[in-house]
Each structure stands twice: as structure tokens, then as C-alpha cells.
Design a protein around this ligand. Structure first.
Ligand code: COA
Ligand code: MG
Length: 288
């Protein structure tokens, strides 16, 4: 998913608009865009929507961001939404492998109660200092962890860290990307609140793209096309990846691990990159 559009669970009038738009995924939010007193109402709206014929028929990935483990809301959130076409549950403020295992246990219970046969993937958000320090163990904690999501507002704002300083952003994005890579799972870039600043979004998304992120959260429809464009691998890169994979096959037959493509040496790490690129477009709903 190149773009994941957040929609507050208390704004059901936006659900159909978001579904009709170009985002690869919707992220229906039960967490910070929903005030404490309206959690139940948001759950009911999201539960009804994810079971609607329109949502079930859509090719979009449906994600629900639930409330964190240390809140009184998570069990009810999962009970209301698990199954019914929800592809990923996004768990905020994950801080340890134990957190992941605790969430998986709750997910399993909700799936059993709702008669859901296939396991729901978990997208773990890294957005606390402790979570950042333990991001690699979080990513590797359980096969249900489908990827890591960066959250920069929670990580930076309470600690007075400048959200617009590229050095700060790069430090976090690199660390989380390495943690995800260690576990062999993808990573997704954070939301960008200043939705009038399209250039700022594009620059930040570009940094994430160069770090191997698969996409970025969007909080406004105008950010969706930008994310789709930045994270769409271009045709030349795809063609090069195909030539590298084909070249590796020929080289292997000749008993060689290092060979030449377009005048450059290619060996195993380059082959892995090419294979990962081709795998990412295979998992992308909008293939170029
Ligand atoms: N999903 C779908 N449609 C949306 C949308 C969203 N997240 N945000 C805005 N729109 C629609 C509006 O309904 C409006 O449609 P219209 O032209 O048919 O009237 C259009 O896009 C332009 O919206 P705009 O008036 O610029 O935005 P707003 O002032 O109503 O809302 C936000 C701005 C930021 C409050 C809103 O976009 C939002 O709630 N975003 C998600 C926030 C969130 O989930 N945060 C938590 C994760 S970080
Ligand atoms: Mg957050």
C-alpha cells in the first residue's frame, strides 16, 4: 500500500468518499481522532461500515486503527471490527514483543468469538521512545506482524523534537527501516499533518521512499495522489529489476554469482533488492 488514508471513526459521512478515492488502503480510526466519550459510537460506525456490501466488494485494503493495549478500549474495539473484511489491525504505541503477543492473544479471542477463520495481520506502530528502542524485537515478535508503521507526532511532539527537521526524521526512519528489515517485514511512513504543504509531504515521502519504505499515511484526500506517485516504482526501475533477475538465472547456470547488467557489477545484495522490488509491485493493488 502506497497510500493509507485515515478517516476518523466518528465521521461516517467520509467513509464512502474515502472508499471511492484513490488510496490503496483506508485506515478507519478508533484511536486519537476519536474523543474518549465517543469510542463506542465510533466502534459502531466502523463495525457497520466494514461489514457493508460496498466495503466488502472493494479492492482496497481496509485497516482499522484500534486503541492501545494500556487503554480500556482495545478488547471492545477488536470484538467490533475483527473479521468482516478487515485486512489489518493497526495497533498504536507498541513497546515490546510482549505487547505484540498480548495483542495477538486478544485478536485470537476476537476471531474465535466472531467466527473468523483466517488470521488478521497486525501493523505495529512505533511511536514511543521505548518502542523505537525495541522496534526490531517488535517486528520479529510474531508472524502476524505484517509490518512496522512509523508515528512521528507521538514520538516528537511531547518531547519538543522538531517535526520538520529532516535530520530528526531521517534518524527515526532509518532506525525503524533497519528494524523492519531485520525481521523481513515492510515499513510505512508517518502521517504529515500540514496538508496544505504538498511540497513538504512530497519531500518527506521521498526520503521514506529512498529508505525503502512502501508507502505513507495520509490524513487528507489531497495527499493520496502524492503518496501514490512517490511510492510507485517507475517503469525503468522495474525493467532493470527484471533484467537483474533474468541475468542472475543465466549467471547461476554458468556457475557465477557476480555478473554485469547495464555495465554494472551485480551480485547477491543487488539481486535481493531487485526481487524485493518485484515482490512489492506484486503486492500492490495498482501495478504499473
Ligand atoms: N477521508 C475522506 N474524505 C475526506 C477526508 C478523509 N480523511 N478528509 C476530508 N475529506 C473530504 C471532505 O469531506 C471534503 O469533501 P467535499 O469536497 O466533498 O466537501 C474534502 O475532502 C475536503 O476536505 P476539507 O474541507 O479540506 O477538510 P476538513 O476541514 O473537513 O477536514 C481534517 C480536515 C484534517 C480534519 C480531516 O481531513 C480529517 O479528519 N483527516 C483525518 C484525521 C485522522 O484520522 N487523524 C488520525 C490519524 S493521524
Ligand atoms: Mg499516534
Amino acid at each position: 500500500m502506497r497510500s493509507k488514508l485515515f478517516v476518523p471513526g466518528v465521521r461516517p459521512e467520509l467513509f464512502a468518499k474515502a472508499l471511492a478515492g484513490d488510496a490503496d488502503a483506508l485506515s478507519l480510526d478508533l484511536e486519537d481522532s476519536v474523543p474518549g466519550a465517543r469510542k463506542q459510537e465510533a466502534r459502531a460506525h466502523v463495525s457497520a461500515f466494514v461489514q457493508s456490501a460496498a466495503a466488502l466488494a472493494s479492492a482496497k485494503l481496509v485497516v482499522v486503527r484500534v486503541n492501545a493495549l494500556d487503554t480500556p478500549h482495545l478488547v471492545e474495539d477488536l470484538g467490533a471490527v475483527v473479521g468482516h473484511g478487515v485486512g489489518l489491525v493497526n495497533l498504536p504505541k507498541v513497546e515490546s514483543a510482549q505487547d505484540v503477543l498480548a495483542a495477538v492473544a486478544l485478536l485470537e479471542r476476537a476471531e474465535a468469538a466472531n467466527g473468523v477463520a483466517s488470521p488478521t495481520g497486525l501493523l505495529a506502530t512505533i511511536e514511543t521512545p521505548r518502542g523505537l528502542r525495541r522496534a526490531a524485537e517488535i517486528a520479529a515478535a510474531h508472524p502476524r506482524v505484517a509490518g512496522l508503521q512509523v508515528g512521528l507526532a507521538d514520538l516528537f511532539e511531547p518531547h519538543g523534537i522538531d517535526r520538520r527537521d529532516p535530520a530528526n526524521i531521517h534518524a527515526v526512519l532509518f532506525a525503524v527501516r533497519m528494524a523492519a528489515a531485520e525481521a523481513g517485514v515492510p515499513a510505512w511512513d508517518a502521517a504529515f499533518a500540514d496538508f496544505a504543504d504538498e511540497q513538504g509531504f512530497r519531500v518527506e515521502a521521498g526520503m521514506a521512499r529512498r529508505l525503502g519504505y512502501w508507502g505513507k499515511s495520509c490524513i487528507h484526500p489531497r495527499q493520496v495522489a502524492l503518496a501514490n506517485e512517490v511510492f510507485m516504482p517507475d517503469a525503468a526501475q522495474i525493467a532493470l529489476a527484471r533484467r537483474i533477475v533474468a541475468g542472475a538465472r543465466e549467471a547461476a547456470q554458468a556457475g557465477r554469482g557476480a555478473f554485469v547488467v547495464d555495465g554494472r557489477m551485480v551480485d547477491l545484495p543487488f539481486l535481493k533488492r531487485a526481487e524485493a522490488l518485484l515482490a512489492s509491485i506484486d503486492s500492490n493493488p495498482s501495478k504499473p
